[in-house]
Design a protein around this ligand. Structure first.
Ligand code: NAD
Length: 697
């Protein structure tokens, strides 16, 4: 037997112990050992029952993700074969669940005839979160234990249930207080003493809440609405329906077929890509994982505005005390009042305890002088977006901060190197680009300056994890990864207005395709003055800069978006719902006439292609320049910071699914169209397309 699974016999009970760190993934090193143990116990007349147990941390987290897409996936026995062996084992088998039993881990436990668990254990089938369904009998066994409604709920949300709840559902037979193995052995002996044999789930029938046809019609309608076009949840419902209507083996066959078609589908491929992409972001080729990090026990945040307040919340949420610094008493009070109001709203929704809020507020120390934060391990600057203001602050920080402190800037566009270079310690300077609202958005772009030290980068990446952000490393350039791309996306949205679209048509095409928000509504949310300022700057930097001035026409009227109640849309007081505005239509129409723009009807398909390929083309430049480390990092930026639909996997993954040659062909077509000069296919895109390759190879 392999080291990962060990076998012993105690008082006539065989114990199969799984030990495949970190989460007892059911990989190729573990499955054969489990199978051998089941066979050995079945054949040994001295053995009366079996216990399968993992570690205190994990019974099993399911498939071993390290083996995905490797030949090891196919090493026999497979989990379904183990399930068959469990079913045909003549002796009762008990799963002893410590920690969690998830996915294949729970399917293994469902193959056992009884289940005991520790009070804090969690049991669940989260496959839907990867666009899949449980493929080893989970959709057939779970409903037979907990009933159709509960099984649908657990599998379509993917959320695990705690042991106490599982006990109530019949998914767990007993909660073990104290030592899990001792408890499981005692339970197994009880079963043997009572003369109970194997209790095979496959022999049970599914309890349906009401008449099956009506029940499934209702469930399909509810799940269909909630799943918004994702196929996996409805496929799960279909499998549960099969569990009700068909014999076990036929249901299993149907489960296998439906699983196979989901595995092949783009949605699940995209979601699995996202899963792995997230794990890749922390890997930096020239910064080894074991790079020593600096301790971060305290922080200072400069500027208590929109971003400073949100960043402070992120830090204190993770228990890191923050000195929050402003220049004026009233600004400081306003900033702290906003933080308090945000927490209070969460408390009133019942999502945070008052004591917890008090604890977090107590971690904030207000200050009116930079020196108040001089002992902090990291200082994050979030003042106005002006180079002179930021450089002035960094000079002062250089003079007062303790040696080894990390000096971070939240700038969204400015040159981090130019900020670092006013200090005598540019190696300690880094960019931490949070997204608004900083306490909500998962993305953090970590901007590596030319002189940023490796341990400063490693420490910042670790801090990002502590405050539960998805951190993506970006090199220094205007807009970093995300905003540099979004500028091209916004540019196309304005050209589409020139050519005949209404704001609502552009936005509807984008949201129908899956974006959380259309580009114009997004502009209204961010503030149209920001893009206006950038365009003004661009015309100075590059006299040949091509852009549509229709956005300027809107901004010149003081229509800055949600904050002024008017932008590309109008907004009722206190509401963020965009309402189409005839005034805007007039402004656009006048602009077209004045500029002699020929209008035409533009199909949604072209709108989407122009918006998304504008992102893709700029991303290809970003990748080629080494600003992003890998294509999947760019995907993570868009998935976590810009409302890109997870089932499309990010702009690069999406381009790969379309085929880079097709993307390039469309871009070449756009080059011949309206304002086609802005479309210069990135050399990397051309090269990969010609070689028949992908961004995410
Ligand atoms: P804001 O205007 O809401 O807040 C800035 C705060 O800094 C103000 O409260 C101001 O009083 C304070 N301040 C100015 N000078 C100061 C000084 N010398 N010492 C201490 N405090 C000072 O601005 P914001 O939206 O929070 O943006 C802050 C930074 O974050 C900018 O660099 C911006 O580009 C960047 N950023 C903003 C967003 C966003 O969506 N708002 C997103 C990412 C990054």
């Amino acid at each position: 037997m392999s080291d990962a699974a060990s076998y012993s016999v105690r008082d006539g009970i065989a114990v199969i112990t799984m030990n495949n760190p970190p989460v007892n993934g059911l990989g190729s090193v573990l499955r054969p050992g489990i199978m051998d143990g089941i066979k050995q116990a079945g054949a040994d007349p001295a053995v009366k029952a079996l216990v399968i147990i993992g570690t205190a941390k994990a019974f099993s987290g399911g498939a071993d993700i390290r083996e995905f897409n490797t030949p090891k996936m196919n090493v026999l026995p497979s989990l379904p074969e183990i399930n068959d062996a469990q079913d045909s084992c003549p002796k009762p088998m008990v799963a002893a669940i410590g920690g969690f039993a998830l996915g294949g881990g729970l399917e293994l436990a469902l193959g056992c005839h009884y289940r005991v668990a520790l009070p804090k254990s969690l049991l669940g089938l989260p496959e839907v979160k990867l666009g899949l369904l449980p493929g080893s009998g989970g959709t057939q066994r779970l409903p037979r234990v907990v009933g159709a409604a509960q099984a649908v709920l657990m599998m379509t949300t993917g959320n695990p249930v705690p042991a106490e709840k599982a006990l109530g559902l019949g998914l767990v037979d007993e909660i073990v207080q104290g030592d899990l193995l001792e408890g499981a052995l005692a339970f197994a002996k009880k079963i043997v003493a009572a003369g109970k044999g194997p209790r095979r789930i496959r022999d049970m029938t599914v309890k349906v809440e009401g008449e099956p046809k009506a029940f499934f019609e209702k469930v399909r309608a509810e799940v269909g609405k909630a799943s918004r076009g994702y196929p996996a949840p409805l496929e799960i419902v279909a499998c549960v329906e099969a569990a009700v209507a068909k014999p076990f083996d036929e249901g299993r066959k149907e489960e296998r077929q439906r699983f196979a078609s989901l595995v092949e589908g783009n949605e699940s491929k995209a979601m699995r890509h996202m899963f792995f992409a997230e794990r890749q972001t922390s890997k930096i080729p020239d910064v080894p994982q074991d790079t020593p990090v600096r301790p971060i026990r305290s922080a200072a945040v400069i500027g208590a505005g929109t971003m400073g307040g949100g960043i402070t919340m992120c830090l204190v949420n993770a228990g890191i005390p923050v000195t929050l610094i402003e220049v004026q008493q009233d600004a400081l009070e306003r900033g702290i009042a906003t933080i308090r109001k945000n927490y209070a709203a969460t408390v009133s929704k019942g999502r945070l305890k008052q004591e917890e809020m008090d604890k977090r507020m107590a971690l904030i120390t207000p200050g009116l002088d930079l020196a108040a934060g001089k002992d902090a391990d990291i200082v994050i600057e979030a003042v106005f977006e002006r180079m002179d203001v930021k450089q002035d602050i960094f000079r002062k920080l250089d003079a007062i901060m303790k040696p080894g402190a990390i000096l971070a800037t939240n700038t969204s566009t400015l040159d981090v190197n130019a900020i670092a270079d006013v200090t005598k310690r540019p190696q300690d300077v880094i960019g931490t680009h949070f997204f608004s609202p900083a306490n909500v958005m998962r993305l953090l772009e970590v901007v590596r300056g030319a002189k940023t030290a490796k341990d400063v980068l490693a420490t910042t990446m670790k801090l990002a994890k502590t405050i539960k952000k998805v951190a993506v490393v970006s090199g220094v350039c205007d807009g970093f990864i995300g905003n540099r791309m979004v500028e091209k996306y916004g540019q196309q949205s304005l050209f589409l207005l020139d050519e005949g679209c209404s704001p609502q048509q552009v936005d509807a095409a984008a949201t129908k395709w899956g974006m959380a928000m259309g580009p114009l509504a997004m502009g209204d949310m961010a503030g149209l003055d920001i893009g206006w300022e950038i365009r003004k700057r661009r015309t100075i930097e590059r006299p040949d800069f091509i852009y549509s001035k229709v956005g300027d026409k809107i901004a010149e009227l003081g229509r800055y978006g949600q904050k002024t109640g008017k932008g590309w849309y109008r907004y009722e007081a206190g509401s963020r719902a965009p309402i189409p505005d005839p005034e805007v239509e007039e402004i656009i129409k006048k602009y077209r006439t004045e500029n002699n723009v020929q209008t035409r009807a533009i199909p949604d398909e072209e709108i989407v292609e122009r918006l998304i390929y504008a992102l893709v083309n700029e991303a290809a430049y970003i990748l080629e320049e080494g600003i992003a480390l890998r294509a999947s990092d760019i995907d993570m930026v868009y998935l976590t910071g810009y409302g890109f639909p997870p089932y499309r996997g990010g702009p690069m993954f999406y381009a790969d699914t379309v085929g880079l040659k097709n993307v390039l062909n469309s871009i070449q077509k756009f080059q011949a169209g309206y304002q086609g000069a802005v479309w210069k296919p990135a050399p990397l895109l051309v090269k990969l397309a010609n070689e028949g390759r992908k961004f995410n190879d």
